[in-house]
Design a protein around this ligand. Structure first.
Ligand SMILES: NC(=O)c1ccc[n+]([C@@H]2O[C@H](COP(=O)([O-])OP(=O)(O)OC[C@H]3O[C@@H](n4cnc5c(N)ncnc54)[C@H](O)[C@@H]3O)[C@@H](O)[C@H]2O)c1
Length: 326
């Protein structure tokens, strides 16, 4: 396979590229990334010289470049996105630009040039929120509540439309919250660790009772590998860890691991439109494609916290870059 991976300098895309180069040494990967504030080439330092890996600095909205690159590959995996809900509440436009128009540009180029498989990396947030019970399944109606999730749902629906209208061979994956190394420290787990490293309090939204399902990033990218190879064209696959935790539980786990107590919690005003509960059924991908998570939450969270503690230079370099932009 020759694969165009978009957004490969981000958290999940970099894990996917590393895993694919390790597991499929004959595959060639082009990583197209425009390096927004959260794109970071140092996430891929260990594989940057691999002869099967090429980095291209560019935007998925660039029509000419995208066509040039798609003509060199037979598969596309689209990770590129604006991914932070809080930013989407403050500034929705860029989410429509990248997540919707960028995806449309990729789909249209694939249709014009021809492709064997196009995989759209989506999120469980497109389903909206759940009550106390039940799970999102693939046929749950989409009901996004934030500009971020609305933009991701739009991208999903465009991918679906290109399959229905033009028979473009698309696949869609919808995953729950990921955690692991190299996640930009604006997201809950690395953000809280970076605050505690500076001996600062951590801001917990509302009463901290919002529930998310957490999956170790490596298990997500493994699932994408499996869907890319064996998924049925035109289908959606949910990916989840069955690890439902309240934000407060996650916070206390981190506090504990870092030798801090509840006095480091600062409850702040809730996020606008904050979804109460996400929980995802992964029965379909387990039964049809034989995927299941391999890293337990207890193992994964330990690995993750240790990684950030052992890689404080990585966090510091991001904070220095942020400070230099202010
Ligand atoms: N993080 C999660 O928990 C999670 C869960 C489910 C799905 N997802 C989805 O997975 C994908 C990757 O998420 P992530 O957490 O790695 O995000 P991230 O923010 O860490 O990485 C996104 C990457 O995309 C790049 N990018 C952004 N706009 C671009 C553009 N216009 N052209 C080219 N590159 C661009 C950025 O530079 C960055 O490298 C996203 O599509 C996201 O919606 C994330």
């Amino acid at each position: 396979m020759n694969i165009l991976v978009t957004g490969g300098a981000g958290f999940i895309g970099s894990c996917f590229i590393r895993q694919m180069l390790n597991n499929h040494p004959d595959y060639k990967i082009i990583n197209l990334d425009c390096l927004t504030y959260c794109g970071n080439l140092s996430n891929l330092n260990d594989i940057k010289d691999n002869k099967n890996y090429t980095f291209v600095h560019g935007n998925i909205c660039d029509k000419k470049l995208v066509r040039e690159l798609i003509s060199q590959v037979n598969c596309v995996v689209n990770f590129a996105a604006e991914s932070h809900v809080d930013n989407s509440i403050r500034n929705p436009e860029i989410f429509i630009e990248t997540n919707v128009k960028g995806t449309l540009n990729l789909l249209q180029a694939c249709k014009e040039i021809g492709i064997e498989r196009y995989l759209q990396v989506s999120t469980d947030e497109v389903y909206g929120t759940l009550g106390k019970t039940g799970y999102f399944i693939e046929s749950t109606p989409l009901a996004p509540n934030s500009p971020y999730s609305a933009s991701k749902a739009s991208a999903d629906l465009l991918a679906r439309a290109y399959f229905e209208t033009y028979k473009l061979p698309i696949l869609i994956t919808r995953c729950s919250n990921n955690y692991g190394p190299y996640q930009y420290p604006e997201k809950l787990i690395p953000f809280f660790i970076s605050k505690l490293l500076k001996d600062e309090k951590v801001p917990v939204y509302g009463d901290g009772m919002n529930i998310r399902d957490w999956l170790y990033v490596y298990d997500h990218t493994k699932a994408i590998d499996i869907v890319l190879h064996n998924g049925k064209i035109g289908e959606v696959y949910n990916i989840g860890g069955h690890n439902e935790k309240t934000n407060l539980e996650i916070t206390r786990l981190i506090l504990n691991a870092m030798g801090k107590d509840d006095s480091y919690i600062n409850f702040v005003e809730d996020r606008l439109g904050h979804d109460k509960r996400y929980a995802i059924s992964n029965d379909k991908i387990q039964n049809e494609l034989n995927w299941k998570p391999t890293v337990t939450f207890e193992e994964g969270i330990k690995l993750t916290i240790n990684w950030y503690l052992n890689n404080q230079d990585w966090i510091k370099s991001i904070e220095d870059k942020k400070a230099s932009l202010v």
